[in-house]
Design a protein around this ligand. Structure first.
Ligand SMILES: [Zn+2]
Ligand SMILES: [Zn+2]
Length: 248
């Protein structure tokens, strides 16, 4: 009996809360939505013309972007982003991380779900054993109350019928914020920051993160998984800056 009543009570609570504290769009401030349809409409998909390895959008008939052409193969098989980082999506991701709005996680996961409705992704998801979010350090988790990448990963995995294994990867040490660091500084900042569970041996893992900038964090996670015996590691980010805005 409780099972059928509980969701209705939840809906009723939500209606009352929405009436008392109506949501406002985190980007434009319109009342009635956390992320309004006008702003959702302005999110730019990453597109098809991307680097085959890192997923950055590229111009011209090249398979690898200049950064990947200059670097050795990495632990990540490939990374793709759902959308370009900027405009309303930048505001929404900022709000998800810093304004205590966990409900935005499932809303924004819709972009991950839509972006992976492709043949390329169908093949990857068929072999994926588990979705693993990029972990936060326990101290930052305690401060924020949730891991934004885990919220995105959970909504995505549920929709795709995949297992989610947040414990397969842990962050061993606090790393400084990456926002003001160069590409090289980011790499050394996160090197050896992650540990993978031995259960990842011979498994195919799909990493999920909110923003992919230089890829240093995603790559450090993939390296930890590969070191623990993972068979393949793929990356999926909600947003990635256009190539021109990527760091040198
Ligand atoms: Zn809006
Ligand atoms: Zn690339």
């Amino acid at each position: 009996m409780f099972a059928s009543v509980a969701p209705r009570l939840h809906d009723l609570n939500r209606l009352i809360l929405d009436f008392l504290f109506p949501p406002r769009c985190v980007s434009c401030g319109r009342w009635g939505w956390l992320f309004c349809p006008h702003c959702a409409q302005e999110v730019v998909p990453a597109g098809d013309h991307v680097c085959q390895r890192c997923g950055r959008n590229v111009v011209g008939a090249i398979d690898l972007c200049p950064v990947c052409q200059d670097s050795a193969p990495v632990a990540l098989q490939f990374t793709r982003a759902a959308a370009l980082y900027g405009g309303p999506l930048r505001a929404a991701i900022h709000a998800l991380k810093y304004e205590n709005l966990p409900d935005l996680g499932a809303l924004l996961a819709r972009y991950l779900i839509a972006a992976t409705n492709t043949e390329e992704w169908s093949a990857v998801l068929r072999t994926t054993d588990a979705v693993v979010p990029i972990p936060l350090h326990p101290a930052r988790y305690a401060e924020r109350g949730y891991n934004q990448s885990a919220l995105l990963a959970a909504a995505f995995a549920k929709q795709k019928g995949l297992a989610i294994m947040p414990t397969w990867l842990t962050r061993q040490r606090q790393t400084q914020s990456q926002t003001k660091l160069s590409r090289e500084e980011r790499r050394s900042n996160v090197a050896d920051a992650f540990r993978a569970d031995p259960q990842v041996r011979d498994r195919c893992v799909l990493l999920v993160d909110d923003v992919y900038t230089t890829g240093a964090t995603m790559e450090a996670c993939a390296q930890a998984l590969v070191d623990a015996g993972a068979k393949a590691v793929y990356g999926l980010a909600l947003a990635m800056p256009p190539f021109q805005e990527s760091l040198p």
